[in-house]
Design a protein around this ligand. Structure first.
Ligand code: ADP
Ligand code: MG
Length: 171
């Protein structure tokens, strides 16, 4: 991971806007890895992204499924959540192999947005692909209600996204 930025998202609107910039800019196959505790803003960001892709359905956390897919936008959006796979990952279960095969198929498409929550639980999942890693964290309560965000890009498609974020947030 090379290029990296860190800044503050003062409110939920800013988190949504971050997602919107990604949704507006994405023009290839990129994995967007989201890290952050419960309530950090992962779903808010994904909703902003989906809206700008033109997704018509409402987007929620894929808590009880490990994959949601949306095909009504200008490119497909796949939304993985690895949290519930923790045991499969630890036991080296075949479930992960299946999921990797599925991701490989999605990533063959020239344009596709793949959001992966809890990618840090299984780093090798996204290893072969362009990846934008977004880490959301709470700020100390005394400071602000907002969130801090660290974004790292790997590969050309992700670097383009990072560049657009820098421009939109004046970084
Ligand atoms: P997650 O999916 O990571 O659990 P959500 O996206 O559901 O988190 O967000 C949880 C709550 O935090 C929502 O009420 C959302 O509006 C709020 N929120 C999101 N981003 C920010 C922010 N930058 N500052 C303050 N509140 C935020
Ligand atoms: Mg969520």
């Amino acid at each position: 991971m090379e290029d990296s930025i860190e800044f503050k998202l003062q409110n939920a609107e800013a988190t949504r806007k971050l997602g919107a910039v990604l949704g507006e800019t994405i023009d290839s196959a990129v994995v967007i890895g989201l890290q952050g505790d419960l309530g950090a803003g992962k779903t808010t960001l994904t909703q902003g992204l989906a809206e700008k892709l033109g997704v018509e359905e409402s987007v929620n956390s894929p808590t009880f499924l490990m994959l949601n897919e949306y095909h009504s936008g200008r490119m497909p959006l796949y939304h993985f959540d690895l949290y519930r796979l923790q045991e499969d990952i630890e036991s080296g279960s075949a479930a992960m192999g299946n999921l990797e095969a599925e991701l490989a198929e999605f990533m063959q498409s020239p344009k596709v947005a793949v959001v992966v929550e809890w990618l840090d639980l299984y780093e090798q999942f996204s290893a072969p692909y362009d990846e934008l890693r977004v880490k959301l964290a709470y700020l100390p309560e005394t400071e602000s209600e907002g969130r801090s965000v660290v974004i790292k890009a790997r590969g050309r498609g992700a670097e383009l996204l990072l560049k657009a974020v820098k421009k939109e947030f004046n970084l």
